[in-house]
Design a protein around this ligand. Structure first.
Ligand SMILES: [Zn+2]
Length: 126
């Protein structure tokens, strides 16, 4: 039985969008974290420290909420076992055009709302 080999072109990571912008990891006004590809979501979650003990978190589940223009990653702390969820915005144009390019004819936009924008609110008042 023959398996088709995946492309071995290491310069092109299929999980990574080469067109990321400065909006990456900004918050939308709803508080979602702006993601530009799949890799960025894992990078973000794995760089966060557990609020209970300070250990680095491990991603244990991904919840597909693309009908809401969202993707959720659930992490567990390897030290204390507490779970933390991160909810990413994937409705933005950078993510959607990257996804459309990857999926080609299989691409379906299953979120009806308009793309969310980064929150450009005022700075903290002092
Ligand atoms: Zn912990």
């Amino acid at each position: 039985m023959a398996f088709r080999r995946r492309s071995s072109n290491r310069a092109v990571d299929p999980g990574l969008n080469p067109n990321r912008t400065a909006d990456l990891y900004q918050r939308t006004s709803e508080g979602y974290i702006i993601a530009h590809d799949i890799a960025s979501q894992y990078e973000y979650a794995q760089e966060q420290a557990c609020v209970h003990c300070g250990s680095r978190l491990t991603v244990i589940a991904q919840i597909n909420r693309s009908f809401q223009g969202l993707n959720e990653l659930v992490t567990a702390c390897p030290n204390c076992g507490k779970n933390t969820s991160f909810i990413f915005d994937i409705s933005n144009e950078v993510y959607q055009s990257w996804l459309a390019e990857r999926l080609g004819d299989l691409y379906v936009r299953n979120y009806d709302g308009s793309p969310r924008q980064p929150h450009r609110g005022h700075q903290n008042r002092t």
